[in-house]
Design a protein around this ligand. Structure first.
Ligand code: NAD
Length: 439
């Protein structure tokens, strides 16, 4: 059993804290957001993440998990202090380390016995050194700083955390590495590796992973755009290349671009890191440009269908899906938001539905678009349906009901959820990504 403090109780901190408690550790989570800490302390979960609530409630009830706004209260007894703080893009796109370094300075003043400060936030190369020197400015005891990037995916975060494909530990301290190994042992019992490396490589590993995934998405989106022009089908191509074991099946789906709190900001930050070291990271700059354009690809298709931008004015659109991907309530950088903004700019109206993300979307769009309680309600008298997130419940709907509710029997599917042939037979005009429209 380790005594652990987790600083920052968002998607990463809450999952990490809960899962560390689940393996028997004593965990105190800290957040500056008083309302969040109050809710969590009362047993109310603050994010939607499948499987999290059961573990959260159990560990809270059994006293292994608690929440506070007081850094000192969590840090004093802790042997390990995890930083799960935001690292948003600064004005120039590089990662803003303010939250991480502010906390590091505070930690330096608070610690009186050996502690391992573990950086779980996604941070640029060199951050561990900066955290170390921020702490050392004030600290009067020994401590180690370890880089331990987090690879969990929102939507399957609990599963990812409890059974990670790998753990990356960046450190040169034998003492810290041994404790980190002991902490993570229960999570890799099936044999997945704990990879120990130098801290700079650990920091860069996280960016390299996200950049590679973003690259695959942008690559397939460009292939889909070529498909649209030459009359080929991106789904067939996906299967055709995914069966090649050198390529693999995952992350080959064309769509309306990547979003979320990680890929966009991490791609930007990596480009900036490269720039800071005198390197022009051309391929990632292109991936980013492709992604920005791809978020607007449905708008192009909508304008073409209605005969120009001016004709979109006054149209009513049903929008299914607001979150940046299914199984999360996270709407940060979601393609749906770009679609909403572009349609509102053109004078269209929108009725939106999402199974989990509507509360978050309301904070941005209350009074600007209509939020409906059930998916089919959005369709009533709409000129077209737009699908922006491939939630399971959209996969096999009652097409007859859809047709009867929609005024225009038109669907713009940004996630290739339906079969174009079937949609044609059902009497819809159906547009998807990189797949021929059936006439
Ligand atoms: P988040 O915004 O969901 O949560 C961050 C939390 O930190 C918030 O609750 C905020 O109130 C709190 N906070 C801010 N300043 C604080 C302070 N000084 N003291 C205490 N709490 C403070 O962020 P997240 O999605 O959990 O991401 C955290 C880090 O992990 C980022 O660097 C991100 O890139 C990385 N990461 C995120 C994911 C993901 O899927 N969300 C996956 C891997 C890595």
């Amino acid at each position: 059993m380790f005594k652990i403090a987790v600083i920052g109780t968002g998607y990463v901190g809450l999952v990490a804290g809960t899962c560390f408690a689940e393996t028997g550790n004593d965990v105190t989570c800290v957040d500056i957001n008083e309302e969040k800490v109050k809710q969590l302390s009362e047993g109310k979960i603050t994010i939607f993440e499948p499987g999290l609530e059961v573990l959260f409630r159990r560990n809270l009830r059994e006293g292994r998990l608690r929440f506070t706004t007081q850094l000192a209260e969590a840090v004093h007894p802790a042997e390990l202090v995890f930083l799960a703080l935001p690292t948003p893009p600064g004005e120039d796109g590089s990662a803003d380390l303010k939250h991480v370094l502010d906390v590091a300075h505070e930690l330096g003043k608070l610690i009186h016995s050996y502690k391992i400060i573990v950086n779980k936030s996604t941070v640029p190369v060199g951050t561990a050194e900066m955290v170390r020197s921020a702490i050392a400015t004030h600290a009067k005891c020994e401590f180690d700083v370890v880089s331990n990037p987090e690879f969990l995916r929102e939507g399957v975060a609990v599963e990812d955390f409890l059974k990670p494909e790998r753990i990356v530990i960046g450190s040169s301290s034998a003492r810290a590495i041994e404790i980190m190994r002991q902490l993570y042992e229960p999570f890799v019992r099936q044999g997945n590796p704990i990879l120990v490396m130098d801290e700079r490589s650990a920091e860069l590993t996280k960016y390299a992973a996200n950049a590679m995934l973003a690259l695959r998405i942008s690559f397939m989106n460009e292939i889909s755009n070529i498909c649209d022009r030459v009359g080929a089908n991106v789904d067939a191509i996906r299967r055709g290349i995914g069966t090649d074991s050198r390529i693999g099946k995952q992350f080959l789906y064309a769509g309306i671009g990547y979003g979320g709190s990680c890929f966009p900001k991490d791609v930007k930050a990596l480009i900036k890191t490269a720039e800071a070291y005198g390197y022009d990271f051309k391929i990632m700059k292109s991936a980013e440009l492709v992604n920005e354009a791809q978020k607007r690809i449905l708008i192009e298709k909508i304008e073409k269908h209605f005969g120009g931008s001016a004709n979109v004015k006054g149209k009513k659109f049903a929008l299914w899906g607001l979150s940046f991907k299914p199984n999360t309530d996270d709407i940060r950088e979601a393609p749906a938001l770009v679609i909403i903004d572009e349609l509102l700019k053109r004078g269209a109206s929108i009725a939106a539905y999402d199974p989990e993300a509507m509360d978050n979307a309301r904070k941005l769009y209350e009074g600007k678009i209509i939020f409906v309680a059930k998916d089919y309600d959005a369709l009533v008298d709409a000129d077209a349906l737009i699908i922006a997130t491939e939630w399971n419940e959209f996969r096999n709907p009652d097409f007859n009901k859809m047709r009867s509710y929609l005024r225009g029997k038109v669907i713009f599917d940004g996630r290739n959820v339906y079969d174009p042939q079937k949609m044609k037979q059902m009497g819809f005009e159906y547009y998807s990504i990189g797949r021929p429209t059936v006439d």
